[in-house]
Design a protein around this ligand. Sequence first.
Ligand SMILES: Cc1ncc(COP(=O)(O)O)c(C=O)c1O
Length: 374
Amino acid sequence: MQEIYMCGPDVTEYEEKIVLDALRNCWYGKQAYYYVELFEKEFAEYHRRQYALMTPNCTSAIHLLLSGLGIKEGDEVIVPDCTWIGTAAPVVYQRAIPVFADIDEYDWCIRCDDVISKITSKTKAVIAVDLYGNMPNFDSLADICNKNNLFLIEDAAEALGSKYNNKPAGKFGIGSTFSFHRTKTITTGEGGMLLLDDEKLYQRCKFLRDHGRSPGSYFSTEVTFKYMPSNLAAALGYAQFKRLDELVNKKRWIWQSFKNNFSDMTDLYFNPEPENVFNGVWDTAMVFGYSHNLTKAYVLESLNKANMPSRPFFYPLSMLPAFGGNVVRGQQNCPVAYSVSERGINLPCSLILTKDQIDFMSEVLRKIILRQNV
Ligand SMILES: Cc1ncc(COP(=O)(O)O)c(C=O)c1O
């Protein structure tokens, strides 16, 4: 059997054709940013947003937005404890303070009641994450943010193709962000996108993206960032985006295939899909219910010994040395994040996975769960 890869894109002759066009024809005059502008325009339209800015990655898109909103030293920004570090690192880049809120046991997203309990006079924003493609209760979050005069930001890095009440992931809050990392549903190698509706904020973020200058001018009025996108990367992203439905279908097929293979076992949980959500399932994750008495460390090690790829469920950020690593306090503060994370793993999500590979891996995993010899 072909090696089972943890993650990676599906790239076809169509992408080759578009990237080759960019490589051959898009260096001069108006062509220099042809694919960047086309990708931004169509990406914004698809997400029912007014504006899009492509960035070198999602982390820089979040940073650009926080900076554009004027988040500064000493401000507090509430983020879910369980997410990738890229959600919270840009808060620290601004010398602001990430405040960790707990996640929900069943939807794995930030808990509204805990957001409320973490609001102080210093809170300026909430970054809600569409974790593993599922989406939090955006109606309540919008309400909480409106009442408390906070900016709501949607980190949709893992949710391209997801929907909440039939609205696309990326349509929520004052701004939303996406990742086109090699491991994501569509890729540009490294890349990201910031979506906005407010024109002033868009102009501000655009200015901040390119050394605080107006296009074509060498006259900078502020020291800002250099978060400009590359036309070649945008060409790849544009071509991948044209295949979005097909790629999301494949992701959902991987998720459904794993679920089917374990449908006879109880107390196992996969990426949630509540009634009002359509989950784009960037990566299939699996959480072991308490009855299995399994830890992610044990399962990951057993899979590794059997030469099967897997990754840990995201760690609670509050336990990472990067954020002080106070596990005791973190656990008191966000008990669900610690509990779910400790019992969860990421299964392979490569877009070239086959049914045979999923079935083979499922058999190995089943034996590990049942503590049989692999
Ligand atoms: C929830 C979340 N936020 C942010 C990021 C950062 O994305 P990037 O690697 O493009 O900076 C990721 C990427 O994995 C993510 O999953």
